[in-house]
Design a protein around this ligand. Structure first.
Ligand code: ADP
Ligand code: MG
Length: 323
């Protein structure tokens, strides 16, 4: 490596810590959790070719690597504290590292979360972040709290919906033709997801369960249903979509919303009486929320249209998830 490992860490990944007791440079970082709070911990790894395209701009990659981790804290209603960064780099490319660190720290600063340590090694490009957050004891949002009768909600951009990240990916792959202007509109959903950190915290004491959408709505909802021991009715026509996605063939709309992936929105349940509180929490956070169905005692997932009728034809790719 042109720049030595320790010089690289010093140059790109060492900044004075503000809240942690000890940051980069020792064998361990030291964090001081607030008394009465649980520590919330989550890791996500991003592998080139699988989780990101080699063509992505380095600053967007830095942003996304942290964003997907902050999204897990959001889903638990936790406030971000700190994170570690384990990096495998094929070579020391200072332009890449400067861009990557720029995107990473911009998002970190926006959420008041600091880099306290990590590991750096040579190897195929691979980024693993572990985030630490805190949540008042007993108040974490979990996957196992959905109850029959609860309403099912999903967050989304105020003027948008879910599924745009998948739409952008398919356009990029060439499986679907998008006009240049439309591609530019949905591209940030794929490369610059905005973790719903404020909303997650605002939903504490309101939502009965929550998960962040990373693998697609139907699959992620399945995790909640399983952990909670319940079923759900999902109103497919109530799923929020952007104007760009609304112009695509219906089969693609269904594929992108139901099985999309990479949405990083919050899917959550809340008692029916809490609807106004949910809307107020979302407003306060500048995020949109849509009620998309209902939790039921009968296990399994039922997809229905606006008239409440079961969906006539299963959307593409849906078969893997049914049953
Ligand atoms: P050790 O060998 O004791 O595990 P290292 O020599 O790997 O420590 O790392 C030296 C210091 O730099 C440690 O404090 C470690 O947390 C930090 N560090 C290493 N890589 C990174 C990175 N990519 N980002 C932030 N801190 C890092
Ligand atoms: Mg050590």
């Amino acid at each position: 490596m042109a720049l030595g490992e320790f010089d690289l860490i010093a140059k790109f990944f060492t900044r004075p810590v503000r809240r942690a007791v000890l940051g980069v440079g020792d064998d361990c970082a030291l964090l001081q959790p607030t008394p009465g709070q649980h520590l919330a911990v989550s890791s996500d790894m991003l592998v080139e070719g699988r989780h990101f395209l080699s063509t992505v701009a380095p600053d967007r990659l830095g942003h996304k690597a942290l964003a997907v981790n902050l999204s897990d804290l959001a889903a638990c209603g936790a406030a971000p504290l700190a994170f570690t960064l384990a990096l495998a780099l094929p070579r020391v490319d200072e332009a890449f590292l400067a861009g990557f660190a720029g995107g990473l720290f911009a998002l970190a600063d926006a959420h008041g979360v600091e880099l306290v340590g990590g590991d750096t090694t040579a190897g195929p490009l691979n980024i693993c972040i572990t985030v630490f957050g805190e949540v008042p004891a007993g108040q974490a949002l979990r996957r196992d709290g959905a109850r029959p009768g609860d309403a099912l909600w999903v967050s989304h951009p105020v003027d948008g919906g879910i599924g745009d990240a998948r739409l952008a990916l398919e356009a990029f792959r060439g499986s679907l033709a998008l006009e240049g202007a439309d591609f530019q509109k949905v591209r940030p959903a794929m490369e610059l997801p905005q973790p719903r950190v404020a909303l997650g915290q605002a939903l504490r004491g309101i939502a009965s369960s929550a998960i962040d959408l990373s693998d697609g709505l139907v699959g992620d909802l399945g995790h909640v249903l399983k952990r909670s021991g319940v079923g759900a009715r999902l109103q497919v026509d109530a799923l929020p979509i952007s104007a760009v996605l609304a112009r695509q063939p219906l089969a693609w709309q269904r594929e992108c919303t139901l099985a999309g992936g990479d949405d990083y929105e919050l899917l959550f349940s809340a008692p029916a009486v809490a609807a106004e509180a949910v809307r107020a929490a979302a407003r306060q956070c500048g995020v949109g929320v849509s009620c998309i169905g209902e939790i039921e005692a009968l296990p399994g997932l039922r997809l229905v249209d606006a008239q409440g009728q079961p969906l006539a034809s299963a959307p593409r790719g849906f078969d893997h998830f049914s049953g």
